[in-house]
Design a protein around this ligand. Structure first.
Ligand code: LLP
Length: 431
């Protein structure tokens, strides 16, 4: 199967983390997100170990919360020795509620509000990644009014094109994120930061995009950043000691996907950093990386119940499920690809080509088009695989659909870690 979290048992049912998904659907209802906690921990552990191995402890893995944010996930990150990347007051509040140590948090965002900056400074967040000059000035003022200094990184656009969907590409010149290099904007920001009394500029950040399979753009971005660090160090006389290379490591969604192994990526990029630093006479910086998808995506799946099956002769067959773009907006947004399996006869041949449609009042509400699937009928349980990242976190209440619960399995047991919305929840904010 596409992830080693998934298998088929003696009843011909799909399992996740060894637990029967048909049983889970029966117990918790559908739609339901199911995550394999042991797999998440294994992924997190592999990143942490690889960081230790490749950078000799001179680095930290930050889990990008936007991929899957809830208290339980933050607790897992803490236990596995990871820090966090947060991108809003809400993600930061979640981390705080989970008892996460603030010094291991990096706060991102291209338009943080004053209230969010206040919150980050008063909680003592480890690093604030400053995106623009307005934010820099606000932060200096806020830090001075708290009688403190804000430790920051500046987000720089390395001008590297990553080969991925244009909506999830961020490092290129035409991007809303960060300071441009080619216009001198980044240089000016460094000088301004160095002149401010309540700002301590530790180093720089870049992030080139998401779901990237090619290792070259990561290396290219690292080179641009090291050159910039070295030049700024010479020009300002300041020492910059930290470099955050962002996330974006691709995962296997389809059987045919072949992303590089984590160890290959880590060894390739760290070897380059060491060699290049030596070549340009720069002290090797402390390295942060920010994986999101690659820690949670292949540890999750979504279970649905098939409602109607509509065959339009010579056109296509729609398999309609009880979820849709409100629990998984990734197909409608990015034409994201997934493997789909009939969970209650998972070992059978997937010899039909169908379109899996949601229940929202919108023609584009599809979860997958032209996908192979076993023959299914109303009442069957359908599984969409590798939905652990950017599904729960991007869910909405469109058409006033309740968001599904998140169930985690571990050691053969299952439990709810985020309960699903009730109809009452949907009315919570209505006056
Ligand atoms: N660091 C920064 C600054 C980021 O902006 C992101 C993702 C990450 C780390 C984590 O990237 P990852 O390792 O998960 O690729 N909603 C889209 C993905 C948007 C990613 C946004 N930033 C999707 O569903 O594919």
């Amino acid at each position: 199967m596409v992830s080693d979290s998934f298998s088929v048992n003696a009843q011909n049912h799909l399992t996740i983390g060894g637990v029967d998904t048909v049983e889970i659907a029966r117990q918790y209802g559908t739609p339901v997100y199911v995550m394999d906690e042991d797999k998440i921990r294994a992924n997190a552990h592999a990143f942490a170990e690889s960081m230790r191995h490749c950078y000799g402890g001179n680095g930290l893995v930050l889990f990008a919360s936007k991929a899957f944010c809830c208290k339980h996930m933050h607790k897992i990150c803490l236990e596995e020795g990871l820090g966090l990347d947060v991108v809003s007051g809400g993600e930061l509040y979640t981390a705080q509620s989970a008892g996460f140590p603030m010094e291991k948090i990096c706060f991102h965002g291209n338009n943080k509000s004053i209230a969010e900056l206040e919150m980050a400074v008063s909680l003592g967040v480890g690093r604030i990644v400053v995106d623009n000059l307005t934010e820099l000035e606000h932060l200096d003022y806020i830090a001075s009014s708290h009688n403190t200094t804000a430790a920051i990184l500046l987000r720089v656009k390395p001008g590297v094109e990553a080969h991925t969907h244009e909506f999830i590409r961020t490092g290129q010149i035409d991007s809303k994120f960060g300071f441009a290099l080619e216009t001198g904007e980044a240089d000016a920001a460094v000088r301004r930061a160095a002149s401010l009394g309540h700002i301590c500029l530790k180093g720089f950040h870049c992030h080139i995009g998401s779901q990237i399979f090619d290792m070259e753009p990561f290396k290219e971005a690292a080179k641009v950043m090291l050159d910039f660090m070295a030049r700024m160090q010479t020009e300002t006389g300041c020492a910059f000691t930290e470099l955050n290379l962002g996330g974006g490591f691709g995962i296997r969604y389809k059987e045919c996907d072949n992303p590089p192994a984590l160890s290959d990526y880590m060894e390739y990029v760290s070897a380059f950093l060491r060699t290049y630093c030596a070549q340009i006479g720069l002290q090797m910086p402390f390295i942060y990386i920010e994986p999101g998808r690659s820690i949670v995506a292949d540890a999750g799946l979504t279970l649905y119940t098939v409602g109607s099956v509509k065959t339009i002769p010579d056109v296509r067959t729609y398999v309609c499920v009880d979820g849709g773009m409100f629990d998984n907006p990734r197909y409608i947004l990015y034409q994201a690809e997934y493997e789909v399996v009939a969970a209650n006869h998972a070992g059978d041949a997937r010899d039909q080509i169908v379109t899996v449609a949601g229940k929202c009042c919108e023609s584009g509400d599809l979860i997958q088009e032209h996908t192979p699937l076993q023959p299914v009928q109303p009442g069957d349980t359908l599984a969409v695989l590798c939905t652990g990242a950017y599904n729960y976190s991007m869910a909405s209440n469109y058409n006033r659909n309740p968001r599904p619960p998140v169930v985690m399995v571990s050691g053969g047991q299952s439990r709810i870690v985020v309960r699903g919305d009730t109809y009452e929840d949907l009315l919570r904010f209505d006056e």
